[in-house]
Design a protein around this ligand. Structure first.
Ligand code: ASP
Ligand code: MG
Length: 461
């Protein structure tokens, strides 16, 4: 059996008919053994979420929504030149939208929106997108087949909108479903969702198509994953703030994961684990320069040359400090707190403790939920302090491991730039140091840390 390569095309590069054309042109060069994981067309998942959020008893809204969605997707098919292929794909688009329309009507009539319905509705963007890309491939004479990931047997377990893939079961199912087609030609597979053991659609969370691509590569024992973007790869800092930012040629899985947590919009951090498990390398490539390889992520993505590879920032965070009072030690706060955090599924970015205080840093959008969680928890605190307008700045790189003096350099560089550090967290893995700083200090902090750690490095490999 020929080696398998998995490709991922995200919604950010699937906005127009021309974008689908471009994707098909790139894929035209690849024959059997290639699987393409696609996201929804740009903005469509947001639209689907939007119609559900505005559930009104007005049935006219549903029809208008479906009509608009249908037109948008038929429009995306307009550059397919073979009229038979175009007609066939249009028919499938129409069928999908009619099915969606019925589901939406059902919910609107019942005035009831179950999580199961939400998941199903959210999956339609990817379904439509796969049909469109498949049509452009066929139009070029490429042997291709569009598969829906639930039909293909991609098994997801866990919570609604935050599923985890059962890799063993999925790999077994793929042998019977898509594997024969992968051998014959190209397979276009929907990202973002699969089905649970009962056969109901379950999504992997927003941005989850990257994770889909990782699990598909794992399940098919792929040689590599090519992630197509409109940029060449990960950068050493955001070039909008730091003009001297450079492309990072290689990263380890861990480094890429850390940068993903910081919101580098290149690859969802969940993508890495299934790839790392099988040592499958990732290449980030730009659709505008398909021959060139940008960032490569692999197990040996670090050649121990540079201390740090990137300085990343997460904005809109806040610090919540729980004061235990003089009689309590931090463990009596931590236990009930962590239990509650897990129940509420709250993503905490950094934690720091002292004898009787515990500080958490999290995105401001989760503050309300955290406050509710704190209300539920029986945590013996004397006082809770909240500090808003905070940003997290993280220095990331495997080279920091066992390098003495990195924190000292970071702190003195920030001090020289008159940046006040409000909280510090260094993971025991030592591949990142995170500091919480004031939002207004972000630009100068980024510039000076980048100059200190990155600009002098000959190579970021
Ligand atoms: N379409 C989904 C979203 O917008 C999944 C993805 O694009 O990765 O979140
Ligand atoms: Mg995405």
């Amino acid at each position: 059996m020929a080696d398998v390569t998995v490709h991922k095309f995200g919604g950010g590069i699937l906005k127009t008919a021309q974008d689908y054309q471009r994707a098909a042109t790139i894929l035209n060069g690849f024959g059997p053994g290639n699987v393409v994981v696609v996201s929804a067309k740009f903005g469509v998942t947001d639209q689907l979420a939007g119609i559900l959020a505005n559930l009104s008893p007005n049935s006219g809204d549903v029809d208008a929504f479906s009509q608009k969605l249908l037109e948008d997707h038929l429009h995306a098919l307009e550059d397919v030149s073979d009229s038979t292929i175009q007609k066939e794909a249009s028919k499938r688009v129409l069928e999908l939208v009619s099915r969606l329309n019925k589901v939406l009507f059902g919910a609107f009539l019942l005035q009831e929106l179950t999580p199961r319905t939400v998941e199903l509705v959210h999956s339609f963007g990817e379904r439509l997108s796969a049909v469109i890309l498949d049509a452009y491939l066929k139009d070029r004479g490429v042997r291709s087949k569009a598969w829906m990931s639930d039909d293909a047997g991609l098994i997801v377990e866990g919570r609604f909108s935050n599923g985890t893939v059962d890799l063993t079961q999925t790999a077994q199912n793929f042998q019977k479903t898509i594997r024969p087609d992968v051998q014959e030609g190209l397979v276009v597979l929907t990202g973002y969702f699969g089905k649970n053991a009962d056969g109901h659609v379950l999504t992997l969370g927003r941005g989850g198509s990257d994770y889909s691509a990782g699990v598909v590569a794992n399940a098919l024992d792929a040689k590599k994953l090519l992630v197509w973007k409109d940029v060449e790869g990960f950068m050493s800092a955001d070039p909008k703030t730091v003009p001297n930012a450079r492309l990072i040629p290689s990263l380890t899985y861990k480094e890429a994961e850390e940068l993903g947590f910081f919101g580098a919009k290149i690859l969802h951090p969940k993508t890495m684990a299934p790839l790392q498990e099988k040592g499958i390398a990732v290449e980030i490539k730009s659709v505008f320069d398909p021959q060139k390889t940008g960032t490569v992520i692999s197990g040996n993505g670090h050649q121990a040359k540079s201390v740090a590879k990137s300085v990343a920032v997460k904005k809109n965070a806040c610090i919540v400090t729980l004061h235990g009072g003089s009689l309590l030690d931090v463990s009596s706060i931590a236990y009930p707190l962590f239990e509650e955090l897990q129940k509420h599924d709250l993503p905490i970015d950094a934690i720091s403790t002292s004898q009787s205080d515990l500080s958490l840093c999290l995105e401001e959008k989760y503050l309300h939920e955290l406050q509710r969680a704190l209300g539920h928890a029986r945590i013996p605190v004397s006082d809770v302090a909240i500090e808003k307008d905070v940003s997290l700045l993280g220095l990331v790189g495997e080279g920091m491991r066992h390098t003495i003096g990195v924190s000292a350099r970071l702190f003195s560089c920030l001090a020289q730039s008159k940046v006040n550090i409000r909280m510090i967290s260094q993971g025991a893995s030592e591949i990142n140091i995170t500091v919480a700083i004031s939002k207004s200090d972000v630009d100068k902090a980024l510039k000076s840390v980048h100059a200190e750690f990155i600009e002098g490095e000959a190579s970021l490999a």
